[in-house]
Design a protein around this ligand. Structure first.
Ligand code: NAG
Ligand code: NAG
Ligand code: NAG
Ligand code: NAG
Ligand code: NAG
Ligand code: NAG
Ligand code: NAG
Ligand code: NAG
Ligand code: NAG
Ligand code: NAG
Ligand code: NAG
Length: 783
């Protein structure tokens, strides 16, 4: 693979070949980096303890309460101990609000590459930028929302509706960011699947209406929503952010069962739990319920905050009156400080805070002007953005070999998503612009562009090389009215760019793309028999025009970041062979998606917002499978300009399996991620991938499991993703592909036994290039 130079400079001992991926003699050796060892954690804990030993109660309280400062979240300095404090900055896609940063592809786009190495590289580059700004904690990555609600407006910040894919992406992103020296805060834990009433609100008469309660049963929690967090913890995520909503009637940030029992005991999480901003609703209950650090939580926060805190002086009182023990306070401080030492953030070489940090934060909140120049941290990350952009573009449809383009002489570009921004380079305030290409979403996950390469700009530059004409209409109003009089002569190809805005705080209300998109596409297609549609969207859309024969090609490009235009031109012209795959299912009809946003906006019952996750494990493709619904484009789908083949699938037992893991004990302790035995490889499956076409290209081989129906409880999905590997091959060449199934991959969560259990009987297994595109299959049993 093409490693960044900066990554190659890592200690070589950290680069190991992962069994179960690709043999070293094959073309692309996929490397994997290793989480910090138990010894490294122990050393960091010892340093945190030495620090803790020097603090009095007031200072301990300071560490866990947060403070005012330049960043979106701050832990105050203790100058007496040379501790200069901790700065937390919003992610997870780019450094929010900061200037002279790279706008990376969104998580959803990264997931669409299905490329673990690229996802690692994205995490590393992102982490390097946070660090270079002098920040200590990048608030991300996101595994919640997982994407239960197709119209959830933060789904783009996370990765995939599938927990296995999201888990792998969390793992790689945490490793990447932390290898670059920045702390991660895996978020939002847990059940924050919609934005509508995610927090409490107040009626005009002052009645407090509580945030919705996500009511999730034990099995669903473990197999779906918790799964990717387990991977993040296993990768050593330094922090977990508890979410705004309630879980089973109790706020997530004071939920003892969730934070203490599940996260800290069962998953062996050694870092700290930080509240989402203003998600703390109590002092003693939160602290005893597992919350270690409240944010922003400062008694003196000038820019944001209420001026009071459930922690602060209240915590001192609570210790003095015995409702919080000193041991617990020490545990909180230790947890907050350990990651700081683990990642060497106490080093004198750690970058100082970019002096423009406060200034950009202020500019966002109060529009104050500020001329402190920012530190440029972008390096050459644009080339990585371009690569992820191209590799994560999903070719959904390609008839008559419409793509790649064959040097057309007359190209027409349509749509308000094609051109430059017209209303400025930032939309951090959550308002969308109508005119201009959409390259990232809104809210705290948004970012300040320093430039955008728009699709129109890149197409013009590319077309200019061959002297081609580029005509365009960017007004959707004009196109919707059918006013095409300026187009002459008739184009060889029409490329329509459409978009769907999504932003923290308000869920989407429509499955179709924004701004009259359907009329826009249909009107172009009515006149143009070679219409290519490109979608820039933050999630799942319906595509009512997809089967129009004049729509010859469709590309899902999600939120690609600042190199948007270059990435799409790389694909349109075939400089890069598309290899992206859908990380979710595209429905034929909106009605086929089972889970609408719960909207009880007029409800006056303080406890009225209840969201029962009654569908259990049946979200996205699992739901389609259960109801025999045919999607428009299935999970894992994505076309290439070349063809591939797979040979038979051979399973090999690696070890004798027992139904349950040995219980962790003194000799085999719980490790970050949980019982280490859950990650023991039990089975290896091999197949051979061949590029049978005439072009070089990459393919993602996907492995799906069907659990034995008779020995698994009701509510088990028909198929689940349990392996994927991406491989680049020259035409006519082959590579052997290895898939390892770990204990957790072949187990269900046994509610009675309170552990993972391997069912008896025969598993079905298939490999292919999408969920339904089975190329080879087999069966195996482990017990
Ligand atoms: C704790 O130490 C600080 C100095 O850092 C001092 O100002 C404060 O009074 C001390 N508090 C207590 C309770 O001793
Ligand atoms: C703080 O740093 C200074 C300068 O490096 C050093 O002399 C001093 O011993 C340090 N103090 C503590 C408490 O570590
Ligand atoms: C939430 O409630 C359900 C139903 O009672 C239960 O199965 C599950 O274990 C609870 N989860 C937590 C974290 O308390
Ligand atoms: C202590 O907490 C209460 C809410 O329980 C809040 O009203 C009060 O302002 C807090 N005190 C301080 C000093 O922040
Ligand atoms: C102890 O102090 C805390 C913080 O002021 C308060 O919330 C709690 O009710 C007190 N508990 C008792 C038993 O006095
Ligand atoms: C869509 O276009 C039609 C035709 O111009 C227009 O009547 C309608 O108002 C447009 N709708 C929106 C939401 O822009
Ligand atoms: C919820 O309902 C309110 C009021 O009817 C409406 O304004 C809002 O758009 C709805 N939100 C969603 C996500 O449907
Ligand atoms: C396809 O394009 C042709 C013009 O080339 C037009 O006659 C026909 O109606 C179009 N079909 C659709 C479904 O838009
Ligand atoms: C809330 O009430 C308004 C006014 O009656 C109504 O238009 C709206 O649809 C209601 N919203 C929901 C989500 O029920
Ligand atoms: C593809 O693989 C199958 C075996 O899985 C084989 O029968 C078939 O001939 C192969 N096709 C090509 C074009 O190689
Ligand atoms: C794997 O082990 C199971 C249980 O011992 C056995 O039934 C099965 O045949 C083995 N499979 C292979 C491929 O060896």
């Amino acid at each position: 693979m093409h490693l960044l130079n900066s990554i190659l400079s890592l200690a070589l001992s950290e680069l190991v070949v992962v069994a179960g991926h690709v043999q070293p003699q094959d073309a692309n050796t996929i490397t994997s980096r290793i989480p910090k060892s138990a010894n490294e954690w122990a050393t960091a804990i010892a340093k945190a303890d030495a620090f803790l030993a020097q603090l009095n109660l007031t200072e301990k309280v300071v560490v866990v309460t947060g403070a005012s400062g330049s960043c979106i979240g701050n832990v105050a300095a203790i100058p007496r101990l040379n501790f200069s404090g901790i700065c937390m900055s919003d992610g997870p896609t780019s450094i929010n609000r900061q200037d002279l940063i790279t706008v990376f592809p969104a998580g959803l786009r990264a997931a669409a590459t299905w490329d673990k190495d690229l996802i690692y590289q994205r995490g590393y580059a992102l982490g390097a930028e946070f660090r270079a700004k002098g920040s200590h904690v990048g608030l991300g990555p996101t595994a919640g929302p997982l994407g239960r609600n197709p119209l959830g407006s933060r789904n783009w910040e996370g990765f995939s509706t599938d927990p296995y894919l999201t888990g792998k992406a969390m793992y790689q992103t945490v490793l990447g960011m932390q290898d670059a020296g920045i702390q991660t805060s895996s978020k939002h834990f847990i059940g924050n699947e919609q934005e509508t009433q995610r927090s409490n609100s107040f009626l005009e008469d002052g009645t407090e209406i509580m945030a919705y309660s996500a009511n999730i049963d034990d099995r669903t929690l473990h197999e779906l929503y918790l799964w990717p967090f387990a991977d993040a913890v296993r990768a050593g995520t330094t922090s977990v952010m508890c979410s705004y909503n309630r879980l089973n009637q109790t706020y997530a940030c004071e939920n003892d069962g969730l934070l203490n029992k599940i996260l800290k005991e069962e998953l062996g999480f050694q870092g700290y739990v930080v509240s989402d901003w203003f998600a703390t609703h109590s002092g003693v209950d939160s602290i005893n319920g597992g919350l270690d650090l409240t944010m922003p939580g400062s008694p003196t926060q000038e820019l944001i905050g209420t001026g009071t805190s459930y922690f602060g002086k209240n915590l001192t009182l609570a210790v003095n009156n015995g409702s919080v023990t000193m041991d617990r306070v020490d545990d909180m401080v230790r947890r907050v400080m350990t990651p700081y030492y683990l990642l060497g953030q106490d080093s004198v070489k750690y970058p100082t805070l970019d002096p423009s940090t406060l200034c950009v934060l202020g500019a966002h909140y109060s529009q104050q002007s500020c001329n402190t120049p920012a530190r440029d941290v972008r390096e050459d990350h644009a080339s990585l953005v371009r690569k992820i952009g191209a590799d994560g573009t999903v070719l959904l449809k390609n008839t008559n070999n419409a793509l790649p383009l064959k040097s057309p002489k007359n190209i027409a570009v349509f749509g308000n998503d094609a051109g430059d921004f017209t209303d400025g380079l930032t939309y951090v305030d959550g308002t969308e612009f109508i005119q201009g290409t959409l390259a990232t979403g809104g809210g705290s996950g948004s970012a300040r562009f320093t430039y955008i390469v728009s699709p129109l700009e890149a197409i013009k530059a590319r077309a200019h090389q061959t002297g081609a004409r580029v005509q365009y209409i960017l007004s959707n109003d004009l196109i919707a009215r059918g006013d095409f009089h300026s187009i002459f002569p008739s184009p060889d190809v029409c490329i329509v760019f459409i978009k769907t805005y999504a932003s923290e705080g308000s869920d989407r209300v429509d499955f179709e793309h924004d701004h009259n998109s359907t009329l826009v596409v249909n009107n172009v297609a009515k006149r143009c028999p070679n219409t290519v549609v490109v979608s820039h969207s933050g999630g799942i859309n319906t595509m009512p025009w997809a089967k129009n024969p004049n729509v010859t090609a469709i590309l899902a490009a999600h939120y690609p970041g600042e190199q948007s235009g270059n990435s799409i031109v790389d694909i349109l012209y075939g400089d890069i062979n598309p290899s992206g795959k859908l990380p979710y299912t595209i429905p034929e009809h909106a009605d086929d998606c089972n889970i609408p946003i719960t909207n009880l906006t007029n409800n006056t019952d303080p406890n009225g917002w209840q969201i029962d996750f009654n569908e259990g494990l049946f979200i996205d493709y699992r739901h389609f499978d259960a109801h025999n619904l045919t999607p428009l484009y299935e999970f894992g789908h994505g076309l290439s300009y070349t063809t591939f083949n797979l040979t038979t699938l051979t399973p090999t037992n690696l070890t004798d399996a027992s139904a349950l893991s040995p219980t962790p004990d003194a000799t085999r302790k719980v490790e970050p991620g949980g019982n280490p035995d859950l990650y023991t490889p039990l089975l290896c499956l091999t197949t051979t991938l061949t590029n049978t076409g005439s072009l070089a290209g990459a393919q993602v081989v996907q492995l799906y499991l069907s659990f034995p129906q008779t020995s698994t409880p009701e509510g088990t999905p028909r198929r689940v993703l349990r392996g994927f590997e991406k491989m680049f091959l020259e035409p006519g060449t082959s590579a052997r592909m290895y898939f390892e199934l770990q204990r957790r991959d072949v187990s269900f969560w046994d509610v009675n036994a309170q552990t993972w259990r391997i069912p008896e009987g025969e598993f079905g297994v298939s490999v292919g290039f999408s969920l339904g595109g089975v190329r080879a299959k087999g069966v195996f049993s482990l017990l």
